[in-house]
Design a protein around this ligand. Structure first.
Ligand code: GDP
Ligand code: GDP
Length: 436
């Protein structure tokens, strides 16, 4: 599940974000109509000849008023911490600069592969100038032009060759989950409380630094889970530790590696703008989602409090209507013992495969009860559907004209699927495809 990670580093203006955007390409978001979801421009997924990877533009992690050299130094350190392969971008126009050398010096501290890409080689004449960059000490520099798209294939080929081989092995079968949410909602307290109720497994497999923040545990019933800590190992004294972009990056990485994401809200402070942003990331990634309302012990309750709070959540997070809501307290441990079972169920729902014959019965029934819409005298025809993927369950629906399938009808079909099958906690993805 966990893809290798590539980080782009380099001083400002060498073309990092240009190259990032080019590699990211026109990645189609799995969820098209998600209100309030802001795309993060420093982290994306990409693919080269079938090899999937995640890509980070460290240049996008700004550190406020820190001096220039501190910023590029810290960005290089983030690359060392987060990535499997590092691409150091330099510019043929300025040649080797002092700042390039400073970045290189930081990168000497890691054993991870570093590839030098010489950008702005817009025409073949400039190729002769790339040899100066051997002096950085990372082997053959690769000439590229981010603006013109030259050499990107050669660069990605070298990147993919450099991925650690064992990355592709999924060693354990436990259900992986993470807790995300804005600071102080109680994520660490919840992790500790959950681990306190279960038996923590001491792993014999030596992990990398990044994997060391994963804690596997077993419940009384013998179910295995792994909780992925979003905060990660605290890097004391690092400037980037407290930047918002970095914490978003950590959350996105944790979401990527999770089967199920617990979106934590704070009952006392209520729902904030940042909560929606965080929840949006999990929704976009197509993971299983459970909403936790933590600190429930602090709320003065009557018979309506819980219902009212859930109503509010449904209003504020309309696109998460599939996510169960659980009111918990890390302090009193209220309802925490229910979580493993619920996480497991959501994970199963995410991997559910529906047979085409059964799926088409449900679709036919749905169309029978609520006929397809017409536009300008033309009626939407649905020929048949088939499930093409899990995590999240993804269905291709063959129709006469995809434009005739309006959002409301698509929504209706989704709801019918949810009524027929247990998809609690998982988004569904419907792809409309034209068939004549
Ligand atoms: P970053 O600060 O490293 O992220 O750099 P940007 O991607 O913002 O690019 C800095 C400037 O260099 C912009 O004006 C880009 O248009 C320009 N640039 C990026 N790639 C190329 C390239 O391949 N050739 C040329 N000539 N200019 C480029
Ligand atoms: P994080 O930043 O999301 O990891 O939040 P922490 O776990 O550090 O918790 C932030 C603060 O909220 C701490 O002072 C916790 O003691 C407190 N806290 C966390 N969970 C609960 C809870 O369920 N009830 C109460 N009363 N306080 C809590």
């Amino acid at each position: 599940m966990s893809n290798p990670v590539v980080a782009i580093v380099g001083r400002p203006n060498v073309g990092k974000s240009t190259i990032f955007n080019r590699i990211a390409g026109e990645r189609i978001s799995i969820v098209e109509d998600t209100p309030g979801v802001t795309r993060d421009r420093i982290y994306t997924h990409s693919e080269w000849l079938g090899q999937k990877f995640s890509l980070i533009d460290t240049g996008g992690i700004e550190m406020g008023t820190e001096p220039f050299l501190t910023q590029i130094k810290e960005q290089a350190e983030i690359a060392i911490d987060e990535a499997d392969v590092i691409v150091l971008i330099v510019s043929v126009r300025e040649g080797v600069t002092e700042a390039d050398e400073k970045v290189a010096q930081i990168l000497y501290q890691t054993d991870k592969p570093v590839i030098v890409a010489v950008n702005k080689v817009d025409n073949p004449e400039l190729r002769a100038d790339i040899y100066d960059f051997y002096s950085l000490g990372f082997g053959d520099p690769i000439p590229i032009s981010g603006v013109h798209g030259i050499g990107i294939g050669d660069l990605l080929e070298k990147v993919c060759q450099s991925f650690p081989k064992e990355k592709h092995l999924e060693l354990d079968q436990s259900i992986k989950f993470s807790l995300i949410g804005r600071p102080n909602v109680g994520k660490s307290s919840l992790v500790n409380a959950i681990l306190g109720q279960n038996r923590v497994i001491v792993s014999k497999i030596e992990g990398t630094t990044r994997d060391a923040i994963d804690t596997p545990f077993k419940t009384e019933n013998g179910e295995c889970f792994t909780v992925i800590d979003t905060a990660g190992i605290r890097k004391k004294g690092k400037v980037y530790e407290n930047t918002e972009k970095y914490s978003v990056l950590r959350a996105l990485r944790a979401i990527d590696r999770s089967d199920v994401v617990l979106v934590v809200l704070d009952a006392e402070t209520g729902i904030r703008e940042q909560d929606k942003k965080v929840a949006g990331y999990a929704h976009e990634a197509g993971r299983g989602i459970i909403i936790l309302v933590n600190k429930w012990d602090l709320i003065k309750k009557d018979n309506y409090t819980l219902v009212e709070f859930e109503k509010l959540i449904r209003q504020e997070f309309q696109y998460l209507d599939y996510a169960p809501v659980v009111f918990v307290s890390a302090k009193t441990k209220q309802r925490l013992s229910q979580l493993p079972e619920l996480i497991k169920q959501v994970s199963i729902n995410q991997q559910q495969r529906i047979k085409s014959s059964v799926l088409n019965d449900v679709l036919l029934d749905a169309i029978g009860r609520n006929p397809t819409p017409t536009e300008n005298g033309k009626r939407l025809r649905i020929y048949y559907g088939t499930q093409v993927a899990v995590k999240p369950p993804t269905f291709v629906i063959f129709v006469n004209d995809p434009d005739l399938m309006h959002f409301s009808y698509e929504r209706y079909l989704q709801n019918q699927l949810r009524e027929a099958f247990d998809f609690t906690g998982t988004p569904l993805h419907l792809i409309k495809r034209r068939r004549n």
